[in-house]
Design a binder for this molecule. Structure first.
Ligand SMILES: [Zn+2]
Ligand SMILES: [Zn+2]
Length: 264
C-alpha cells in the first residue's frame, strides 16, 4: 500500500480531519425529510426539496472554516469575512449551487466578495455533503435500478471512483453522497462501452487500476478493497488515490466537467 498515496502528509491529515467533521455532522442531522421532488429522472437531488436546517448548515460551514484556520493561519481573516456574509439568502443559494457544483456561481461570488476562488465552493460543498448523504440514504429504494448514464443518480457526481467489493464485483461509489451501485466489471461507467475500455495498471500498486474509455474519453479509478488492511471511507480513498486522476488525465482521459479534482 505504500504507493497508494503520493500526497504530502499535511494534505492527508487535513482530509482526515474533514472526514471526521463530516462524520460528526452526519450524526447531528436529526430528521431530514424530502419534501418534494420537482422533476423526473436522474440525478434526483438537484430536483429535491429537502427540509434543511440552514442554521445547522451555517454551523457546519463555520466549523470547517475554523478547522481550516487552525491548519493555515493565513486564512483566519478570510474565514471571518465569510462568516459575516452568511445570511439566510446566501446559505440557501450556496446549498442549492453546491449540490450541482456550480463553479461559475461560486467563482462569481468569490470575485464579488474578494475571496480566494477555491474557498466558498469548497466550504459550501463540503458542508452540504452530510445532508446529501442523509437524503441519499432516504432515496435508496428509488435509486436502485436508476439510469447511471449521467453519473451518480443521486447527486450527479461523475462516476469516476469504484471499489472491487468482497464478491469481486465493481461497485461504483460516489465520494460525495456515498450512493453505490454495481456495474459490469469490463464496461465504461460513463458510456457503457465494453469494446473500447482499457485497463491501466499502476506500477507497484496491485490494489489500484484505471478503467479508461477510448470511446468517450472518460475514466474510473478502481480500487480493490479486498487488498486493504482497514476499511476506509470512499471519500478518503478517492482523495488518497488522486495520483490515479493525474495519471489518467496525463494520458488524455478526463471527465466531462472539472468537478473531480479540486473540490475534494
Ligand atoms: Zn452521489
Ligand atoms: Zn466510455
Amino acid at each position: 500500500m505504500a504507493k497508494m498515496n503520493v500526497l504530502d502528509e499535511n494534505y492527508e491529515k487535513l482530509q482526515q480531519e474533514i472526514q471526521s467533521l463530516n462524520e460528526k455532522w452526519r450524526g447531528e442531522i436529526g430528521n431530514l425529510q424530502i419534501e418534494d421532488i420537482t422533476g423526473n429522472g436522474s440525478p434526483i437531488l438537484p430536483q429535491a426539496e429537502l427540509s434543511i436546517d440552514f442554521s445547522q448548515y451555517q454551523r457546519f460551514i463555520e466549523e470547517l472554516l475554523q478547522m481550516l484556520g487552525q491548519n493555515n493561519e493565513g486564512i483566519i481573516h478570510t474565514a471571518d469575512k465569510i462568516k459575516a456574509l452568511l445570511t439566510l439568502d446566501v446559505l440557501q443559494a450556496w446549498f442549492k449551487e453546491a449540490i450541482v457544483v456550480n463553479h461559475f456561481y461560486f467563482k462569481n461570488y468569490a470575485d464579488e466578495n474578494n475571496l480566494p476562488d477555491w474557498l466558498p465552493i469548497f466550504v459550501a460543498e463540503q458542508a452540504a455533503r452530510p445532508f446529501l448523504q442523509e437524503a441519499t440514504a432516504l432515496l435508496e429504494s428509488q435509486l436502485r435500478g436508476m439510469n447511471h448514464a449521467n453519473g451518480c443518480p443521486s447527486c450527479g457526481e461523475p462516476a469516476r471512483f469504484a471499489l472491487l467489493n468482497k464478491k469481486g464485483k465493481k461497485e461504483l461509489t460516489c465520494p460525495r453522497c456515498l450512493h453505490a451501485w454495481e456495474e459490469k466489471k469490463i464496461s465504461c461507467a460513463h458510456c457503457g462501452s465494453e469494446d473500447e475500455l482499457v485497463i491501466l495498471k499502476v506500477e507497484g500498486d496491485e490494489s489500484a487500476e484505471i478503467h479508461a474509455c477510448h470511446k468517450c474519453k472518460g475514466y474510473t479509478k478502481v480500487i480493490d478493497s479486498r487488498k486493504m488492511f482497514k476499511k476506509e471511507s470512499p471519500t478518503l480513498l478517492d482523495v488518497k488515490s488522486i495520483h490515479l486522476d493525474y495519471i489518467a488525465q496525463e494520458k488524455g482521459f478526463g471527465v466531462s466537467d472539472d468537478s473531480g479534482i479540486g473540490t475534494h
